[in-house]
Design a protein around this ligand. Structure first.
Ligand code: GLU
Length: 435
């Protein structure tokens, strides 16, 4: 696992501890992909090591006074993986599974993602190991503000810009923005993205990840000569990304035949109506029980007869077993890190193309870039401009990765990582080594 301390000259960070071969460690997975890309590009070992190693790892203790008056301790991290191309960028997640390896892996994914869509950012990520559903609103606010205070020296509009991720939203971003603004003594909207419109957010940020996933899904269908209205889709997750996807993909003629949330999975052979589902979810708080659906065990979601599989929930969901049983012939990764190394190898062996997370779900961070640019300018764009630029950025990124994929003859994931590493390497070499 990732070591938190490193001695001078002993780069322990790039030499993770032994873990069981059966245990999926996202940090080991992402570093091996980056190293492999470095070798494809013929980079020297020193440069590869520099690119792999996170620049800064901050671990913070987050004491919170609970409503009962007791003090509870939580732990959080903010990691800047690479800032050669610009300030660190990446979300903050609140989840019981958060740990330093996961956040480090996600921060490296952000470095690659920002480079793949060619926006002027490096990669970062943060999180607190906590189940926010168990907290009151007051406890959540105190937790967020204390964490924001503790990472404040490391973040800022020209340093590192957090955003929402799993279980964090516009309200959490507002508290972080306010805490940092109070500390700095002036309004600092550019310190986070994914804010409400009233305090420096942008039109179009909500749903931007799903729009990017939709653009990539349509683009790969077109490349493979397949018609949208002949595609059956299964989606794992009905949250911030999954829910808008049901609507966006249906609008393009695709039929959503299966969906899962934390309560289980359903099969709807005739297709899910986005409006009916949204109303059902509002009332029931789950996709389960959707009119006309058959309940299926959650682990069987991807065996539902379908053409496109979209994981839009937690990391590591597509392991060897799920990949073996996958019914779809295309996968588009809406979640971050949803596929294990073994899962990816099996999908590749079965010739199932995968549009990787660092491309497919990059719509969110592109939207964040536009929000940050507006904050720095103090000028709000109209929706049309936002939409047009988001679509252009995603199309250009997809087209570039596809063209390189044809040349390199490796998977789309490997291609995307090669492109990301190539751009990071170029910036790193141009800047040279200080001192
Ligand atoms: N959490 C999103 C992601 O993983 C957005 C990050 C951002 O906008 O900075 O891409």
């Amino acid at each position: 696992m990732l070591s938190r301390t490193s001695k001078a000259g002993d780069n322990v960070v790039t030499r993770p501890h032994e873990v069981s071969p059966h245990e999926f460690n996202p940090w080991i997975h992402v570093t091996s992909l980056i190293e492999k890309a470095g070798h494809v590009l013929g980079l020297n070992e020193g440069l590869i090591k520099r690119i792999v190693t996170p620049e800064r790892i901050l671990e913070v203790a987050v004491p919170v006074r609970m409503d009962s008056g007791q003090i509870e301790m939580y732990h959080g991290w903010r990691i800047q993986h690479d800032t050669s191309r610009g300030p660190g960028k990446g979300g903050i997640r609140f989840h019981p599974s958060v740990n330093v390896d996961e956040i480090a892996a996600l921060s490296a994914d952000m470095s690659i993602k920002c480079a793949v869509v060619n926006i002027p950012y490096g990669g970062a990520k943060g999180g607190i190991k906590v189940d926010p559903a168990a907290l009151s609103r007051g406890e959540l606010e105190r937790l967020t503000r204390r964490y924001a205070f503790s990472i404040a020296p490391m973040i800022g509009p020209d340093r590192d810009i957090p955003a929402p991720d799993i279980n964090t939203d516009t309200q959490v971003m507002s508290w972080i923005m306010d805490t940092v603004s109070m500390l700095r003594g002036h309004n600092t909207p550019g310190v986070v993205t994914g804010k409400p419109l009233a305090i420096g957010g942008t039109l179009g940020h909500a749903g931007a990840t799903s729009l990017g996933v939709t653009i990539c899904t349509s683009a790969i269908l077109q490349r493979l000569g397949r018609l949208a209205n002949e595609q059956r889709v299964v989606i794992q997750g009905y949250g911030k990304v999954g829910a808008p996807l049901v609507k966006l993909l249906s609008e393009r003629g695709m039929k959503i035949v299966g969906i899962a949330d934390i309560r289980g999975a359903i099969h709807v052979p005739g297709g899910i109506n986005p409006l009916t589902m949204s109303e059902h979810y509002k009332e029931a708080g789950t996709v389960m029980g959707y009119p006309g659906s058959d309940e299926v065990p959650a682990e069987k979601l991807f065996t539902i007869p379908s053409d496109i599989a979209i994981p839009a929930a937690l990391g590591g969901a597509i392991d060897a077993e799920i990949a073996e049983g996958m019914a779809a012939s295309i996968m588009v990764e809406a979640a971050n890190g949803p596929t294990t190394g073994e899962g990816a190898a099996i999908l590749a062996g079965r010739n199932i193309p995968v549009v990787p997370d660092v491309l497919a779900n990059a719509g969110g961070v592109v939207a964040s870039y536009f929000e940050w640019a507006q904050d720095l300018q103090g000028y709000l764009w109209e929706t049309e401009l936002f939409q047009q630029r988001l679509e252009k950025t995603m199309h250009e990124a997809f087209n570039h990765i596809w063209a390189r994929h044809q040349q390199l003859e490796v998977t789309l994931r490997e291609t995307a990582i090669v492109v990301g590493v190539e751009r990071i390497a170029e910036a790193t070499e141009l800047r040279g080594l200080f001192p």
